[in-house]
Design a protein around this ligand. Structure first.
Ligand code: BES
Ligand code: ZN
Ligand code: ZN
Length: 487
């Protein structure tokens, strides 16, 4: 059970709640004095209501955790989510908690009560995420079993809507985290496919899985070339959400390299350590797809996850080999560690065959993107300014950090090959995130397309707010928000 607090355990009410163990009371900066806390206690603990700061104390005779919301003017859904995640951490040893965070924050958010309820729900639930299935003895299990969000009577219905959206989103993010956190030996391409089938059928999303033979007959030369060194079969997972009356189609494509050894261009042991996360793009796609029925956007969405491990071995693709991608283009593989773009080339080719209004790919694609933007920010590239700003705006609203990078045509010649249409690595040492993006661009034609390089933010070393160490589920929220704004 990845979410120790489950969506059903969070409820909305407008009546006073007394039979709870703990009250979580939001406080804005400057509001500590009027919050009812003993000023000497607040001072002793240096509680100044900074965003995400908490203080366990007694207010009006009730056990209370004060939750800092920072300056009201600066509050946004991302900050509220962080505060709610911090609140979960401080409240998790009580059995039940009630909080006024939604009511307090609503007036400071553009989306009002709905967005406030959604953000608090997401923060609470995701703050409760833990991946301890493989621990013999789980570390002190949280006991918090229910949370009640109090709002004004007129706001109950709106808050319930936000709660539902937040619950569906948190479930999807938790699923993505689970898939990524699971060790590679337990999350091979076939396991990804099983997980997609399970999540898809539970949610009411169609799932189709192509096995090795089908990948061959469909000419997925990139995916097969990466898979060549492995004893484990690849899988192309196709999920479809097709609501009645959908006017247009969006295709999502995810890099699903379940473990990236680098292949014959072998990584160092250090470089390999985190490579079970190299399917985070595919995990985000599978998870977001399974949340769509609950969100009910009026757009058709197809999700493609290109899954295989990347292994060295006697049958592995060798540097200098040439692969033929689904769309007929040939690629000289000069570095087998630049494998993500090869599996995506097939995925993007399949995507544009559907003539969609937009294609969005997510991939832990390059170390160079991490050099450029660090661990916390994804690179955003694409061939369509409108779609780029839509995705950027959506990411900003969800608090997932993205930053635009260019696809400079002056670098395109770095991908020229002597023997094939393209080579799979840039000829120079610099700008690796951009040459990877330029490579992908070769497979989308004129279809509006955005590429998110999530190599950095797919995982985190710091727990806090709604994050625990390990997988973040990055991309799920941006995808869902983008689809909502395209619908
Ligand atoms: N999966 C890696 C990128 C990566 C690196 C993700 C570190 C997360 C953390 C990708 O397949 C890769 O190895 N890229 C190479 C490309 C190079 C060979 C052109 C890289 O970035 O070094
Ligand atoms: Zn690689
Ligand atoms: Zn990789």
């Amino acid at each position: 059970m990845p979410l120790s607090l489950e969506p059903d355990a969070v409820t909305i009410t407008s009546s006073p709640v007394d039979e709870v163990d703990l009250h979580a009371q939001g406080v804005f900066e400057g509001g500590v004095e009027s919050s009812g806390v003993d000023p000497t206690v607040a001072a002793a603990e240096d509680f100044r209501a900074k965003l995400g700061q908490t203080l366990v104390t007694v207010v009006a005779g009730r056990p209370t955790v004060l939750v800092g919301l920072g300056a009201g003017d600066d509050l946004d859904p991302a900050g509220l989510r962080k505060a709610a995640g911090a609140m979960y951490r401080r409240a998790s040893r009580a059995t039940s908690v009630t909080t006024d965070l939604v009511a307090l924050a609503a007036g400071h958010l553009e989306g009002g009560v709905r967005e406030a309820a959604r953000a608090v729900t997401e923060g609470l639930l995701l703050g409760s995420y833990r991946f301890d299935a493989l621990k013999g003895e789980p570390e002190e299990a949280p006991v918090l079993a229910s949370a009640v969000l109090t709002v004004a009577e007129d706001d109950v219905d709106t808050a319930v809507e936000g709660l539902a959206a937040g619950g569906a989103t948190a479930n999807a993010v938790a699923l993505a985290r689970d898939l990524v956190n699971t060790p590679a030996s337990r999350m091979r391409a076939v396991d990804m496919a099983d997980a997609a089938i399970a999540a898809g059928s539970a949610a009411g999303v169609e799932v189709e899985v192509w096995d090795l033979e089908r990948c061959r007959s469909e000419r997925l030369g990139g995916l097969l070339g990466v898979n060549a060194g492995s004893v484990h079969e690849p899988r192309l997972i196709r999920m479809e959400y097709n609501p009645e009356g959908a006017a247009s189609t969006v295709v999502l494509v995810g890099k699903g390299v379940t473990f990236d050894t680098g292949g014959l261009s072998l990584k160092t042991s250090e470089g390999m350590m985190t490579m079970k996360t190299d399917m985070a793009g595919a995990a985000a796609v599978v998870a977001a797809m399974s949340a769509l029925p609950a969100m009910a956007p009026s757009v058709r969405v197809v999700g493609l996850a290109c899954c295989t491990d990347n292994q060295p071995g006697p049958t592995a693709t060798m540097p200098g080999d040439v692969l033929t991608i689904r769309n007929g283009k040939t690629v000289e593989v000069l570095n087998t560690d630049a494998e993500g773009r090869l599996v995506l080339a097939d995925g993007l080719s399949l995507a544009v065959e559907m003539e969609p209004a937009a294609v969005i790919d997510l991939a832990t694609l390059t170390g160079a993107c991490m050099v450029a933007l660090g661990k916390g920010v994804a690179g955003l590239m694409g061939n369509d300014d409108d779609l780029i700003s839509t995705v950027r705006g959506s990411a900003d609203r969800t608090g997932e950090r993205v930053w635009p990078l260019p696809l400079p045509d002056i670098y395109r010649k770095q991908l020229d090959s002597e023997v094939a249409d393209l080579r799979n690595i840039g000829a120079g040492r610099y700008g690796g995130a951009l040459t990877a993006g330029l490579f992908l661009e070769e497979f989308v034609g004129d279809t509006p397309w955005v590429h998110l390089d999530i190599a950095g933010p797919a995982g985190t070393d710091e727990a806090g707010g709604e994050y625990s160490k390990g997988a973040t589920g990055f991309g799920v929220r941006t995808i869902l928000e983008t689809i909502a704004s395209l619908a």
